[in-house]
Design a protein around this ligand. Structure first.
Ligand code: PAF
Length: 278
């Protein structure tokens, strides 16, 4: 069932609710890959009805970013979701989400100002929180599933759901990787053959840093080892950091556990992010 207007979405959600079915939402921007499908499968295990939203959200892109060229693969997405037997696909247009005169934004703090993605994409979490807040109120899910690949986003959205009493349980789903370790991402299609060959070094760098931390090395030395691998592979590094896995506050030693390594780096014009538990 493809739903493109709010009245149709409301009717479908009312219908699920009338049957006392629990609802899971999987918010996406389309260009679906196996990582997204693993979110859908987790959603199916957690609720009786699954709604997948497909909406490339303009407010989370800066004017210099790739909103216009973001991969849009509608037909292939539909085929994948049909094979997963999802109950509804919510596919609003920009006017439905942001009608003329739209003037309200959610401005997240806490994890959203941790100095990671927000340092390089200051507009990003405001756009994400606003659209996800709207998706939650539109779809009224019991649970919502987000990928751990966007780790800071997962933390921001979970906090927002708690802070605003949205009644949605936010669940994180493990990152799905290619065989060589590269985290699946809709943006991987931007990589040239040569860049694609270099890209898994990001994963190797995190593994190396995490292993050294676990072995008792100081964090500065452990991160320097990862940084060297990333630079050697031809990346321009935005950050490679270790943080508290829940609060994303800076971490200085294993005493600050649970720990998460987070990385963002650019190969040419393509920016990749990834993370890993220590
Ligand atoms: O992770 C994404 O694909 C997007 O940021 C989301 C959560 C669908 C909001 O537009």
């Amino acid at each position: 069932m493809i739903l493109r207007t709010l009245p149709l979405l409301r009717r479908a959600v009312d219908n699920f609710r009338a049957r006392k079915a629990t609802i899971a939402l999987v918010p996406t921007m389309g260009a679906l890959h196996d990582g997204h499908l693993s979110l859908v499968r987790l959603a199916k295990r957690r609720a009786e009805r699954v709604i997948v939203s497909i909406f490339v959200n303009p407010t989370q892109f800066a004017p210099t970013e790739d909103f216009g060229s973001y991969p849009r693969t509608w037909k292939a997405d539909l085929a994948k979701l049909a094979a997963e037997k999802v109950d509804a696909i919510w596919h609003p247009d920009v006017k439905t989400m942001y009608p003329d005169g739209f003037a309200t934004r959610i401005v997240p703090e806490g994890a959203a100002t941790a100095g990671l993605e927000d340092r390089f994409r200051p507009h990003f979490f405001g756009g994400v929180a606003t659209v996800v807040g709207k998706l939650f109120t539109q779809c009224r899910p019991d649970v919502a599933v987000f990928g751990e690949k966007d780790f800071q986003q997962l933390r921001v959205v979970a906090q927002m759901a708690r802070d605003l009493d949205l009644g949605v349980r936010v669940i994180g789903s493990k990152t799905v990787r290619e065989r060589d370790g590269l985290a699946m991402s809709s943006r991987n299609v931007y990589l040239s053959v040569e860049q694609r060959r270099a890209a898994p070094e990001l994963f190797r760098a995190m593994k190396q840093s995490a292993a050294r931390m676990r072995a008792g090395d100081g964090f500065t030395a452990a991160l320097a080892a990862g940084t060297a691998i990333i630079r050697q592979a031809g990346f321009a590094l935005d950050y490679l950091e270790v943080r508290h896995a829940e609060t994303l506050a800076p971490a200085a030693s294993v005493e600050d556990a649970p720990l998460r390594i987070l990385v963002a780096a650019r190969l040419g014009t393509t920016r990749l992010i990834d993370n890993m538990a220590v």
